[in-house]
Write a protein that binds this ligand. Structure first.
Ligand code: IMP
Ligand code: MG
Length: 228
């Protein structure tokens, strides 16, 4: 198993006194861009706050930081598989943005499939019952499978999925996630590849949602349930 060594994101990413900005239509307005009004030269853009529909959010990872993390993630996967063909199996729906960016950096022959699994429902930010729907899945028997998911939180989704997928007897089964939340894991299972370890906060953007919204944010924002 490849050691998990995702870059760690500091929990105190918003220094006190950080200027507060409210962008009425900020969703794709380029958070993290240094050319926005209010940006102070030399100050990382992730120290700024943005507004999503009148809600203040803290930017945990800028678009550029995410791209760098995905690049490192892809390098680790390429090193592990070399030229071995892989079936990349994306866990719907949160992983679709990562999937699109990741596969364009993978160099081995690959197929792409999806599997439906969800543990969150509607406006609830705590895990609900896990449902797995393998109907959309390609045949994985005798294939090397790389499961791709957005975030490893309690770990129950990936652990349960991995167990279920082993019934189809893949040659090998590994997993890659963009994020792993610190101190939340409830299972022994660990993802094989991870780009970032983040603090225990609820995050949206880059595929991750709250009530099926905000997946289109190009950056990762931390939100509080009371804000939403
Ligand atoms: P787990 O089973 O607790 O690891 O949860 C995994 C799934 O929960 C992820 O694939 C996400 O869809 C969702 N999830 C967990 N934490 C967050 C979050 O902070 N924001 C959005 N979705 C989350
Ligand atoms: Mg998910």
């Amino acid at each position: 198993m490849i050691p998990l060594d995702g870059a760690k994101v500091n929990a105190s990413w918003t220094p006190s006194g950080a200027p507060k900005h409210t962008w009425s239509n900020s969703l794709r307005s380029g958070a993290g861009r240094a050319d926005r009004p209010g940006h102070r030269a030399g100050q990382p853009a992730c120290f700024f706050r943005r507004t999503i529909r009148e809600t203040d959010v803290r930017i945990l990872l800028t678009e550029q930081q995410i791209q760098e993390g995905v690049h490192r993630l892809a390098e680790k996967v390429n090193d592990a598989y070399h030229d071995r063909p892989v079936t990349v199996l994306a866990v719907l729906t949160g992983s679709i943005v990562l999937l699109a960016d990741l596969i364009r950096r993978l160099t081995m022959p690959l197929r792409v499939g999806v599997v439906q699994a969800s543990s969150y429902r509607g406006k609830v930010t705590t895990p609900g019952p896990l449902t797995i729907n393998p109907e959309l899945m390609p045949d994985i028997r005798d294939r090397s499978v790389l499961l791709v998911d957005d975030i490893f939180d309690t770990g129950r989704t990936l652990a349960a999925l991995a167990e279920r997928l082993r019934q189809w007897e893949p040659t090998s089964l590994q997993s890659a996630v963009l994020l792993r939340k610190q101190g939340r894991q409830e299972v022994e299972y660990q993802p094989d590849f991870c780009a970032f370890t983040i603090p225990n906060v609820f995050v949206v953007g880059y595929g991750l949602d709250y009530d099926d919204q905000y997946r289109n944010l190009p950056y990762l924002a931390a939100v509080e349930e009371s804000d939403l």
